[in-house]
Design a protein around this ligand. Structure first.
Ligand SMILES: Cc1cc2nc3c(=O)[nH]c(=O)nc-3n(C[C@H](O)[C@H](O)[C@H](O)COP(=O)(O)OP(=O)(O)OC[C@H]3O[C@@H](n4cnc5c(N)ncnc54)[C@H](O)[C@@H]3O)c2cc1C
Length: 462
């Protein structure tokens, strides 16, 4: 049986290792941390994963936490208006229903659990932070070496693909806090959703439910414009101070979210994370000093900013694509051409994620502002944008080009008007029937009423 080394025990490395293991491949997994170190360490992500990516885990029977993790049924967008007394007002507010639910399982739980499962099933785990020189020696022992080590130092093996990497500096500073005690969301208290709060010129605040090491929690995640008014986490090492800063920014820029957060506390000592990196696409094949070739996986080759919450989704899709490619290869050599074709298969989905994510990092053009605003008036728009998080290729149809956005919104408006006219006609017909019936039964009233007083966001969700 073919022997494979995977360096890096994250979403992509472990998913691929477990997938190959189940097909009888002889796997070695190299991780710079033990399962216990990962579980007891610092949070690494907000890791919200949508339907398609969760499907890849289900296909391999790896959805161990699905029943315990909150089911994220919606995705909402709020936009803050210009500063006013009492904080920034909210000028856009909607939530769209996800066709399949999303979930966020703390990577500390998932990676530690998957690593233990891999070992229990007979896989070999080597705890070692691999250097290029190690790989130069190890490559002789394996049919294939995959580098799935995230944004760590091993990326130096893979050249930056300038044509696919429009930014060479970080576009956002990231600050995450996992908390307990967030109050219910008044707009839709019974529905768990990821909420994206956009504050023009300042950044974005994401709020999402998750399963963490101490049970259900919520994640508060600021993405702030470097050098902007909320770029305020550099040099903070104390977790309490970090949370205080997160809340101060919420109070000022997103008071509607702060109102729920006055009693929150950190879930544990490792509940905070901050940092920044430049989004980068790399060439997929790395050449070791001795001439051996290694194939990059997921973040190693496509590291997008987390503003669209896609990295873990992409890592799952990458692992699924590579798994298929390896299985199809059979006994033939894993040569350079195969490596490039394998990456291309992944790039087919990753290119859409990269395009959309990089677009979201730039100030939004007018047609995108209009599109986001239309989500409040038209549930169909909210629904379409929300489900784009699962399949970003759909944004090609209505997001990037002003003409396509306008055509899409015209179509939605026409459909809404037609539906309204139909409803009015039905109402008029029912009223005529009622008048006729009143001649026979005086005082008849079925009590049915449309709740026109429900807040807009809730009506949109239905
Ligand atoms: C703040 C933040 C929020 C995010 N939110 C989301 C989100 O909501 N949704 C989403 O889909 N994505 C999100 N992401 C992105 C997502 O977490 C990553 O894209 C995803 O984890 C990448 O998976 P991976 O397998 O490529 O690498 P990783 O998950 O980074 O795993 C790499 C592993 O390799 C190990 N390693 C590194 N170097 C070595 C070495 N030399 N030897 C051995 N082991 C090594 C690391 O310790 C790590 O365990 C977020 C990221 C950040 C930073």
């Amino acid at each position: 049986m073919r022997t494979i080394l995977i360096v890096g025990a994250g979403q992509s490395g472990l998913q691929l290792a477990l997938g190959l293991q189940s097909q009888g491949y002889e796997l070695t997994l190299m991780s710079n941390r033990t399962a216990d170190e990962i579980r007891g360490g610092r949070v690494m992500s907000t890791q919200c994963m949508f339907h398609t990516a969760l499907g890849h885990e289900r296909d391999l029977g790896l959805n161990f936490w699905e029943e315990r993790a909150p089911r994220v049924e919606g995705l909402g967008v709020s936009v803050a208006g210009p500063s006013a007394p009492g904080g920034h007002p909210r000028v856009v507010d909607w939530v769209g229903r996800l066709d399949g639910h999303a979930q966020s399982v703390d990577q500390r739980i998932k990676m530690a659990g998957w690593m233990e499962t891999f070992e229990q099933r007979g896989g070999q785990v080597v705890i070692h932070g691999a250097a290029v020189s190690d790989l130069d020696v190890l490559i002789r022992k394996y049919d294939l070496v995959l580098v799935a080590a995230g944004k760590g130092e091993l990326v130096s093996l893979f050249d930056r693909d300038a044509a696919r990497s429009p930014y060479d500096t970080p576009r956002r500073a990231l600050a995450v806090a996992y908390v307990h005690g967030l109050g219910p969301r008044p707009e839709h208290p019974d529905v768990d959703a990821v909420r994206c709060n956009l504050v023009p010129g300042v950044g974005e605040l994401f709020v999402m439910p998750a399963l963490t090491t101490s049970g259900r929690a919520d994640i508060l995640f600021w993405e702030t414009v470097p050098g902007g008014p909320a770029d305020a986490f550099q040099g903070i090492t104390d977790p309490s101070e970090h949370l205080e800063r997160v809340l101060e920014l919420m109070e000022h820029f997103t008071p509607w979210e702060y109102a729920r957060a006055t009693k929150v506390e950190l879930t544990d000592v490792g509940a905070t994370l901050s940092g920044r990196y430049a989004p980068t696409v790399r060439h997929p094949v790395g050449r070791l000093p001795g001439g051996g070739l290694v194939l990059g996986v997921a973040d190693v080759v496509v590291a997008n900013d987390p503003i669209t919450g896609q990295g873990s989704n992409s890592a799952a899709k990458c692992a699924a694509a590579y798994l298929e490619s390896i299985l199809e290869r059979g006994d033939r050599p894993f040569d350079e051409e195969w490596m490039r074709t394998t990456f291309d298969r992944y790039w087919e989905s990753a290119r859409h994620v990269t395009k959309w994510t990089n677009a979201m990092l730039a100030p939004p053009p007018e047609h995108v502002v209009n599109l986001l605003g239309a989500g409040s008036a038209f549930p169909a728009v909210a629904h379409r944008i929300a489900n784009g998080f699962d399949d970003p290729s759909d944004f090609e149809n209505f997001f990037y080009e002003p003409e396509k956005t306008a055509a899409y919104l015209d179509g939605v408006r026409e459909e809404a008007e037609a539906a309204e006219a139909e409803a009015e006609a039905a109402e008029a017909e029912a009223a005529a029937d009622d008048v006729a019936a009143a001649d026979d039964v005086a005082g008849a009233d079925d009590g049915a009423e449309v709740d026109d007083h429900a807040p807009e966001a809730v009506r949109s969700f239905r």
